[in-house]
Design a protein around this ligand. Structure first.
Ligand code: ARG
Length: 442
């Protein structure tokens, strides 16, 4: 039977292959309903960073789909970005319109603040800055796509990462009528082909073209670098990867203490001065970066199965998350503190895994809010050569009494003479079990 397909089957196989080939010239094979049918792509909202991939894409979409492109660039506090230049570049490459949205306030209040209340860290040290940004970026893409009469949203994610999941899950959730294209997943251009394409089409290519740069993603909650030597697990970080945080060996010899005032789990004061959240996050990041704080060399389990290594620079998170956790532990009871840890982990995983819009995340947020009702007070963190260490704490709601904590005092709520009775009952089951298991020692 093998190799002897009936003529009609061979015919339909050929037709299928022709269709596949046609689809592949414009992108990818469609496996989900939300993916665009090339024939129905007329106006595309492109999530535009101004980098090589999305600049090539801006032209490529116009060519291959004969579609119009509207560019959207979202400012989440990427340090040193010139948004006028990015916008100008989009228009120069033929964008019908180019929007730049300053979403720092929304990002800080709707995404970073809940992450702080949830002590959100994935794996052993990734504070989720990218994962938190993507649902907001995708929500804005939906908003601007609808407003500009676009039928399709395009992004520059590859098929191997988490970001495609976060963006597309958001779009498919919030805007079932919109379609998605992800040209990088299908166009099979490597960096060299992209540069050649860019040259051909008058797209400015900045930086050295010989060696590939790091793949960077950043916002006001952190910065990641991937690619190059980072993919070799036995290679220790090259100095040039650190563009945000001072290397600890170069950090000042004088330590600095920052005092963070929290209200209901959210930082509101820096060194005694009331400060808006965006400014506070930026100022704390500056202080941490100066002192070499927040460098993380991380192996991570991606949603799509791969393990990957990232170099993170997260100066603000490396100060604010431990400060928040400290205050929370101080005002929470042992029962609240033990319980919340597991919910924190669940929250972080949902967000990492691109399920921001999952109702369980909202349920958990309701708990996080309740658990943070009394997380008000001030934490001092000492910064010195790469280390951020909590050194002072105060809160009107601390479940703490300095009198009770001293060794010698007895009285008030605590009676030392009651302790032996407590110990006898506390250890009762453990003692009984020990005896049952070790009868010879009776
Ligand atoms: N590993 C992190 C994450 O999955 C950071 C990804 C960085 N994204 C990027 N497009 N370079 O969230």
């Amino acid at each position: 039977m093998v190799g002897r397909a009936a003529p009609h089957a061979r015919g339909s196989l050929n037709a299928f292959l022709v269709t596949v080939a046609a689809l592949m010239t414009v992108g990818e094979i469609r496996t989900a309903r939300y993916q665009a049918d090339p024939a129905e792509v007329h106006r595309v909202l492109l999530l535009y960073s101004g980098g090589l991939d999305t600049s090539v894409m801006l032209k490529w979409i116009q060519d291959h789909y004969e579609a119009e492109v509207v560019a959207l660039t979202v400012n989440l506090g990427q340090p040193g970005e010139d948004y006028d230049v990015v916008r100008g570049k989009a228009l120069q490459l033929g964008a019908l319109d180019a929007f730049v949205v300053d979403a720092r306030e929304q990002f800080a209040h709707e995404f970073v603040a809940p992450a702080i209340r949830a002590n959100a860290v994935y794996g052993l040290g990734y504070p989720l800055f990218t994962a938190l940004g993507r649902p907001l970026i995708a929500r804005l893409a939906v908003e601007y796509a609808r407003r500009s009469g676009c039928d399709t949203i395009a992004h520059g994610c590859t098929g191997k990462g988490n970001d495609q999941v976060r963006l597309e899950a958001t779009i498919a959730t919030l805007a079932p009528e919109l379609r998605v294209i992800a040209p990088v997943r299908g166009w099979q251009m490597g960096r060299e082909e992209e540069i050649a394409y860019a040259r051909q089409h008058g797209i400015p290519v900045k930086g050295g073209t010989e060696s590939a740069p790091y793949s960077i993603d950043d916002n006001l909650w952190g910065r990641s670098s991937e690619g190059r030597w980072i993919e070799e697990l036995q290679t220790a970080p090259h100095d040039d990867v650190f563009q945000l945080v001072t290397r600890p060996e170069l950090a000042p010899d004088e330590p600095e203490v920052v005092e963070i005032g929290f209200e209901r789990g959210v930082p509101v004061e820096l060194n005694g001065a009331r400060t808006g959240l965006v400014e506070l996050l930026e100022a704390v990041a500056d202080a941490g970066a100066r002192h070499g704080v927040g460098i993380v060399d991380h192996i991570e389990d991606r949603i799509v199965g791969l393990k990957v290594r990232d170099i993170y620079e997260v100066p603000a998170a490396a100060i604010l998350l431990p400060a928040h956790a400290e205050l929370e532990r101080l005002v929470g009871t042992i029962h609240q503190n033990q319980f919340k840890t597991s919910l924190d982990q669940k929250w972080a995983y949902l967000v990492y895994a691109g399920l921001w819009w999952e109702p369980l995340r909202e349920d958990l947020d309701a708990y996080m809010l309740a658990a943070n009702e009394y997380v008000t007070g001030t934490i001092g963190v000492k910064l010195y050569k790469g280390v951020a260490r909590v050194v002072t704490r105060s809160s009107p709601y601390a479940v703490y009494d300095a009198q009770l904590a001293t060794f010698s005092e007895s009285g008030g709520l605590f009676s030392q003479s009651a302790s032996p009775g407590f110990i006898e009952l506390w250890s009762l089951q453990s003692r009984m079990a020990w005896q049952v298991r070790h009868p010879e020692q009776k």
